[in-house]
Each structure stands twice: as structure tokens, then as C-alpha cells.
Design a protein. Structure first.
Length: 414
């Protein structure tokens, strides 16, 4: 009962946040009062009220905070997108609606995930195909050749490749350590060779496509799942060593890798050309201060690709560093709820799947925020649930739907 009260309280706060943000947008419209902002705010409130009702009413056993925290982040993202570019925000609303529908369908229609553990080779084929599509058919956008354009519609196949890679690794690593007394260390190590090769191929394709963000993300996912499956820290050390060697080789072979490192080392030196994005991002964040300039009172559009890669800069400029920290705390809380899911998983496949998708979420946040603030070399990936992007929204909500489904199967939540 106490949990239900807390959920309802958070839901009310989410309504309030949505109303405040879009009411603000209503009053700062360029041509007087912007009625579209109010309409969009009402639609968003209806969507997450409906989704929470369905999950709470018909599937009461799982973790409800996963959906609640996701909705809060999505509200903030659509509000700042509406301020930056209202047509883009309307598209994001459509993708958000599709994402919520996918989340609910996964929870409602999917059977127990245990039956999916045996399709390792299917996941393997999907992973290789999706990872290589950019190299064969890709179009270069914003420096990365990882976009497929069909009839004016563009998407990143690697976004969906993340899903299949996690599923493959979960299927491949689920039996590690079984009958441990009957298996030597060498035999168990041989079982890791195939997953290792698949991960190395995926990383190599990402570097070739100049998609360094996805390469770092895939590495983080793979190492985390490897450690959870084996509980051997020495494997993590070996992987880190191999990653450093691969990074050094990539630095020597690929000019775009060297350029990213040089810009990271001294962005101001390249501020008028290749480092313009990073420099403008840092200026934008600094100009906002702790409390921000106020919605509509900053100049976030001076930052290139602000709707996607650099939306965190726009939030910090107009809503303040405190809001930026609040968003990071929300991601931490979402990650915490997601990482509770494997504890109650029924089998190793479900547990590893939950760990992989949880790591995918938090690693993506750390990589893009780290690049935006200059802590690590810049990588072109989206901020989950906040940045504009249809494929990212769909993949994120699908992953969260899987996590919700696993938590429903566990039936051990308070």
C-alpha cells in the first residue's frame, strides 16, 4: 500500500512538471500565446497516465518505477525540444507514443522470456547483419557512416544491433560455470572465444563507421555481462588491456580517431572548425550557471546538432546545472530500478538480459554526457529518452519493456 502511495505521488509530480514546462512554453510563444504547447502537454499527460494505469491495473507484480522515471525524462526531453524546434518535438511525441505502445505490448504479449534463450544463432546473425549494414549501405551524417536512408527516412541499424548483441551475449554466457567441478578452466575459457570474436567484430565495424560512441557502449555492455556471467575480475582486466591495444591501433590507423583525441585534449585550439561543437557546448553550459537563463531566454541553437547529441547543453543553459544534475540523478534512479530486476530473475538468461539492457542505458548516458562536458572524447550518440531520435526512443522503450517483463515474472517487488 505504501508503494502505491509513493507511485501516485511521483505520478502527480510528473503531471505537475509537464504542466509547468508546457505552460511556460504557452506564454513564451513567438506569435503570442502558443496553444500548441498546451495541447501537446495534455496529450503527454494522457499518454503516461494511460500507460501507468495499464501496467498498474493489469500487471501489478512488477517494478512500476521503471515506467515512471522513464516518463519524467521523456517529459523533460519533449519540453526542451518544443522550445528548440516545435515540429521536431511533435515528431518526438509520435515516437514517444510508439515507444509507450511497444513497452505495453512487450509486457502484455510476450510470454516468459525463458523460451527465448535457445535462439543464440538467430541473435548472432542479426547482430552481424545490423552491425555491418552501415559499412555496406550507410550514408555519412555528422561524421559517422552509420545511417541508412530509405525514402527520406533515416535510422541507425546499430541502435537495433544493441538489442540483438545483448540477447546473443545473454544466450551465449548463460551456461558458463554450470557443472563447474566437471569442467576445467581451459574448457570454460573456450566457451568465451566465440562471444569474444563477435564483440571484436562489432567493435571493429563501429570504428570503421566512425561511430566511436557505439564502440565504447558495446565494450561497456560486453565487459559488464562477462563479469556478471563469470564473476572473474581477471577477465575484465584482460578485456580492458585488449581495448587499450585496439584503441591505440585505431589511433594510428584512422584519422578521425586521432582528430577526436586531439579535440578532446585541447578543444579551444580547434574551436573555429572541428572542435566547434565541443566549444559551443562548454560555453552554453557555463552561460547557464546553476539556475539557467530561463526557458526561451538562452541561445542553445548556437550549439550544432543541439536536438540530438547536445541536448544536455541546452538543458543546462536554460534550466541550469541543477536541472542537469537532477536529470543525472533521475538516470541513476532508473538504472537502480533496472539493476534490481536481475536479482529477481528466474534464470541466467533473463538475469543477463536485464544486466545488459540496464548497462546499455547507463553507459549511453555516461558516454554522451561525458563527451558534451569534455570529460571524454566526443561521441555522437543520443541521450536516452531525452534527445530527439525515433530509433533511439523505440530501442530504449523496448529494452525497458523487457526489463518490466522480467520484473513481472519475478513477482517479488514492493
Amino acid at each position: 500500500m505504501e508503494s502505491i502511495k509513493e507511485e501516485r505521488k511521483l505520478l502527480r509530480y510528473t503531471y505537475l512538471l509537464c504542466i509547468v514546462l508546457f505552460a511556460n512554453m504557452f506564454f513564451i510563444g513567438k506569435d503570442g500565446l502558443d496553444k500548441g504547447a498546451l495541447i501537446m502537454g495534455v496529450i503527454i499527460c494522457i499518454l503516461f497516465a494511460y500507460s501507468h494505469f495499464i501496467i498498474r491495473r493489469f500487471f501489478p507484480d512488477g517494478d512500476k518505477y521503471i515506467l515512471l522515471f522513464s516518463n519524467v525524462l521523456a517529459v523533460i526531453g519533449m519540453a526542451i525540444l518544443y522550445r528548440l524546434d516545435s515540429p521536431v518535438a511533435l515528431k518526438q511525441l509520435i515516437w514517444y507514443t510508439v515507444g509507450i505502445a511497444i513497452f505495453i505490448l512487450v509486457v502484455v504479449l510476450f510470454p516468459s522470456l525463458t523460451i527465448f534463450e535457445k535462439y543464440k544463432w538467430f541473435y548472432l546473425v542479426c547482430t552481424i547483419i545490423l552491425m555491418s549494414m552501415g559499412s555496406i549501405f550507410g550514408t555519412e551524417i555528422n561524421g559517422s557512416k552509420n545511417w541508412i536512408v530509405i525514402a527520406g527516412f533515416s535510422f541507425q541499424p546499430t541502435e537495433f544491433g544493441k538489442l540483438s548483441l545483448v540477447a546473443y551475449l545473454a544466450s551465449a554466457l548463460q551456461y558458463y560455470g554450470k557443472d563447474i567441478k566437471e569442467k576445467s578452466e581451459l574448457i570454460k575459457l573456450k566457451g568465451l572465444i566465440e562471444p569474444g570474436i563477435v564483440v571484436m567484430i562489432s567493435l571493429g565495424l563501429m570504428v570503421y563507421q566512425k561511430d566511436l560512441g557505439s564502440a565504447l557502449l558495446f565494450f561497456a555492455i560486453s565487459v559488464t555481462m562477462l563479469y556478471i556471467a563469470t564473476s572473474k575480475f581477471k577477465y575484465v582486466i584482460v578485456c580492458l588491456g585488449l581495448f587499450m591495444v585496439g584503441g591505440f591501433i585505431s589511433y594510428k590507423l584512422f584519422a578521425h580517431v586521432r582528430l577526436r583525441i586531439l579535440i578532446w585534449g585541447d578543444p579551444w585550439k580547434y574551436g573555429y572548425d572541428q572542435g566547434h561543437q565541443v566549444v559551443q557546448s562548454l560555453i552554453s553550459i557555463a552561460s547557464g550557471g546553476l539556475f539557467g537563463t530561463g526557458l526561451g531566454l538562452g541561445y542553445p541553437k548556437m550549439v550544432p546538432v543541439v536536438n540530438t547529441d547536445f541536448i544536455f547543453s541546452a538543458i543546462c543553459e536554460e534550466m541550469g546545472l541543477l536541472t542537469g544534475f537532477a536529470i543525472l540523478i533521475l538516470y541513476f534512479l532508473l538504472f537502480y530500478r533496472c539493476m534490481r530486476v536481475p536479482i529477481y530473475g528466474k534464470d541466467n538468461f533473463s538475469r543477463l538480459l536485464a544486466v545488459g539492457y540496464s548497462t546499455m542505458l547507463v553507459a549511453q548516458v555516461l558516454v554522451i554526457v561525458g563527451g558534451v562536458v569534455g570529460a571524454i572524447p566526443l561521441t555522437g550518440i543520443t541521450l536516452p529518452l531525452v534527445s530527439y531520435g525515433g530509433s533511439s526512443m523505440i530501442v530504449t522503450f523496448f529494452s525497458l519493456g523487457i526489463l518490466q517483463k522480467i520484473s513481472e515474472d519475478g513477482q517479488s517487488y514492493e
